[in-house]
Design a protein around this ligand. Structure first.
Ligand SMILES: *Cc1c(COP(=O)(O)O)cnc(C)c1O
Length: 389
């Protein structure tokens, strides 16, 4: 059986109302830097229950703005999990600061209290000036922020949550992005993420000061200095960037965010269907491990990451992925440990992070997106079964 439609590992859902919203914006007065940016930001504040939000051009620029807002500079070190997208570490480097890669739990891919303690210990032994920690809610599961917060307070570290996978989730009764334990949260609206603006991102915070720093920086740090008498006059005190998001993109964001709740529910239903069927493939394949107990949390599943145990199988992961692709099933590995990238190995040399290596070797992301039907899930599990069993 071949499929008429390929199932990628992630995909956007665009409806008529999204198209209408964007075409209205195209016919409006402003294509960029108009009223829709503010409206989108207000909607983000509302669903994350945060005081402020700054929308920008991508999740990567959101991370860069967040790192700049807490004042990262040359000589500073930041703890970053090595299992994440390149952007989390790269944003630190854009500021000239250094990345202290942190190990993760081999079953969840998330940093833990212990792995962060180990990283702090390493910083102390090497006299590194630690300034911050960036946590990543990998696949939409949650880092135990409450515990990490205690460590951060003891060491006077700022916390940035890279929540690009977790928009719409609830941790301890609070929506992700509220910034209760953390200083800043960053989001991406790339098409594979929970909601999309094509390209786009945002930072949420409870600090008016940090929000204003980031809003100015995304527009070249241009500040009008004499609005009354010389409205043309502006000043740039610090280097700024063009990290603006357009009204066209925000028009899409505004209609997408209305559907966030239903997207999260749909994803959660697909995960339940997977969990029900994937049991048949145990122990060759295990369903994703939950990070912390489900009470008072609601995962916003970004990826369905199974753990492979291919020891006695005739297939390795690469061959399995190739064969699945021929059946119309897209899979992906999230992620190659960032510390093993040539750029980072040249900077810091080889590191021994065994939990991350184990997670990386066994993880596989199966298709997960709101348009999937139960029969698509059954098809994926059946095809994997017929290749492996
Ligand atoms: C997608 C993603 C980013 C980067 O977002 P872009 O919008 O692609 O720049 C950063 N961190 C994580 C964890 C992501 O998944």
């Amino acid at each position: 059986m071949t499929r008429e439609k390929y199932l990628p590992y992630g995909h956007q859902k665009i409806d008529e109302d999204d198209i209408r919203s964007v075409s209205d914006a195209l016919l409006g007065e402003f294509l960029t830097t108009g009223p829709l940016v503010k409206i989108f930001e207000e909607k983000l504040q509302k669903i994350t229950n945060s005081n402020y939000s700054v929308a920008c051009s991508s999740g990567t620029s959101a991370l860069h703005l967040a790192c700049k807002a807490i004042g990262l500079k040359e000589g500073d070190w930041v703890i970053v999990p090595t299992i994440t997208f390149l952007a989390t570490a790269n944003a630190v480097r854009y500021c000239g600061a250094n990345v202290l890669f942190c190990d993760v739990d081999p079953e969840t891919g998330l940093i833990t209290n212990e792995s962060v303690k180990e990283a702090i210990q390493r910083a102390k032994e090497n006299n590194l000036s630690l300034k911050a920690i960036i946590i990543v809610h990998l696949a939409g599961r949650f880092v135990d922020l409450k515990k990490i917060k205690e460590l951060a307070v003891n060491e006077k570290l700022k916390i940035i949550a890279d929540s690009c996978h977790a928009l719409g989730g609830v941790y301890e009764d609070r929506p992700i992005g509220q910034c209760y334990y953390e200083d800043l949260n960053t989001f991406s609206f790339h098409p594979v993420k929970t909601i999309t603006t094509g390209e786009g991102g945002a930072v949420t915070t409870k600090s008016e000061e940090l929000s204003s720093i980031m809003a100015t920086m995304r527009h070249h740090n241009m500040v009008k200095t004499d609005k009354k008498n010389n409205p043309w006059k502006y000043e740039m005190k610090m280097l700024g960037y063009n990290y603006r998001i357009s009204d066209i993109q925000c028009a899409l964001g505004i209609s997408q965010i209305k559907k966030l709740k239903s997207f999260v529910e749909k994803r959660s239903m697909i995960v339940s269907t997977y969990n029900k069927h994937i049991i048949k493939l145990f122990p060759i394949i295990s369903r994703p491990c939950l990070s912390i107990d489900q009470n008072r949390t609601q995962h916003s599943w970004h990826l369905y990451t199974v753990l492979l145990n291919l020891g006695n199988c005739k297939l390795d992961r690469g061959t399995l992925m190739k064969k699945l692709s021929l059946k119309g099933i897209g899979t992906q590995v999230h992620y190659i440990p960032v510390h093993t990238q040539p750029y980072y190995e040249n900077l810091y040399g080889p590191l021994n992070l065994p939990g991350a290596n184990r997670y990386f070797e066994n993880t596989l992301s199966l298709p997960l997106f709101p348009k999937m039907k139960a029969k698509d899930v059954e098809y994926v599990v059946k095809e994997i079964g017929s290749l492996l069993l």
